[in-house]
Ligand binder design. Structure first.
Ligand SMILES: NC(=O)c1ccc[n+]([C@@H]2O[C@H](COP(=O)([O-])OP(=O)(O)OC[C@H]3O[C@@H](n4cnc5c(N)ncnc54)[C@H](OP(=O)(O)O)[C@@H]3O)[C@@H](O)[C@H]2O)c1
Length: 322
């Protein structure tokens, strides 16, 4: 493979859905894509099935729920000698029907461990690689979501509860059993996902405040639209999986295809129009053909700088960086 002729992007969770289609879109734009996935054969098969050109990608193993696996991935990536021009934090688990918390090898609740702590560790370890990129402005792009932004209607839905990190009481207490929620309250699986996505958006802003001016790295998040038919919803009830895409297509008009969501991620990674750091990009909640992206305001919960700084410190401690 002739990787050196291309800009290189790592996309986590590129074995399906938004990440897979982002890999396709970036490969078509002449990027070389490192598909960082926990199921390597599945990712290889998915890339082949979608027709991503063989010389435009490599699949590498990572389990974001395991801190050792994240560290092993970074070592393996460095051994390839590839430069790094962009990182896309895309992988996520959504386990809304868990009645009891599942735990990572380190003992942390699995949604927060995977979606937030795994990406926090990965981002921190790869900052120096991004800094060395030949690009004038390397990018670190993270998938956010409307359901974690109470500035928007979707973020106010109380099923099972809106995202809320409280005063980080659960993290302050160590976040190991019996603690399972960031705010220290009783376990609610669906809220754990929303909280982890709120952490993604908070940490992207905190990365921007701490590193953008000195490194030139562009830090942004995006909501690509409601991609209601991805495997993200595989653990919801079957009836929900049938109704949700129909509802989003016909009632809310929030539905976007996986292909369009992938193109939107690729825009935020590669397009000159998305070179501003510290921004949460959105195309709105009701999709309209040709609509341009705009900078979506985030909630007070996401913009609280003192809490963001404390979340940073506690996350550092939990991933062994402090
Ligand atoms: N779908 C939507 O409507 C929507 C809306 C807003 C934001 N998002 C965000 O978009 C991103 C992608 O979601 P999606 O809808 O495309 O879901 P998806 O199809 O389920 O993709 C999630 C990806 O994450 C991977 N993953 C899960 N746990 C992992 C782990 N421990 N280590 C490594 N990879 C792991 C999955 O791998 P496996 O294939 O091995 O499970 C899969 O490749 C998420 O961050 C989600 O929050 C989605």
């Amino acid at each position: 493979m002739n990787q050196s002729a291309h800009s290189t992007v790592i996309i986590t969770g590129a074995s399906s859905g938004v990440g897979l289609y982002a890999a396709l879109a970036l490969a078509k734009r002449d990027w070389f894509v490192v598909m960082a996935c926990r199921d390597v054969p599945k990712a290889e098969q998915a890339a082949r099935a979608l027709g991503i050109p063989k010389d435009r990608y490599a699949v590498m193993a990572i389990d974001l729920g395991s801190q050792q696996s994240v560290r092993d991935f970074v070592s393996a990536f460095r051994r390839t000698g590839y430069p790094l021009h962009a990182l896309v934090n895309n992988a996520a688990v959504y386990l809304p029907r868990l009645e009891e918390p599942a735990r990572s090898p380190e003992g942390y609740e699995i949604s927060v461990a995977t979606n937030h702590l795994g990406h926090f560790l990965l981002s921190r370890l790869l900052l120096s690689d991004l800094e060395q990129a030949s690009h004038p402005a390397p990018r670190l792009v993270t998938l956010g979501t409307v359901t974690a932004n109470s500035e928007e209607f979707g973020g106010k839905v109380p099923i099972p509860a809106p995202a809320d990190l409280g005063d980080l009481q659960g993290l302050e207490a160590g976040f190991r059993a019996p603690v399972a929620m960031i705010d220290g309250k009783p376990f609610k699986a669906g809220k754990a996902y929303k909280d982890s996505k709120l952490c993604n958006m908070v940490i992207s802003r905190e990365l921007h405040r701490r590193y953008h001016a000195d490194t030139g790295i562009v830090f942004s998040t995006l909501y690509p639209g409601c991609v209601a038919d991805t495997a993200l919803f595989r653990h919801t009830p079957r009836a929900f999986q049938r109704i949700f895409p129909w509802f989003q297509k016909n009632i809310t008009k929030g539905y976007v295809t996986q292909e369009l969501a992938g193109e939107r991620v690729a825009d935020v990674v590669a397009d000159g129009a998305f070179s501003q750091s510290g921004v949460h990009w959105s195309w709105g909640n009701r999709q309209k053909a040709g609509r341009q992206a705009f900078s979506q305001a985030l909630s007070a919960k996401a913009n609280n700088e003192a809490r963001a700084s404390r979340l940073w410190d506690l996350s550092e401690r939990m991933v062994g960086l402090a």
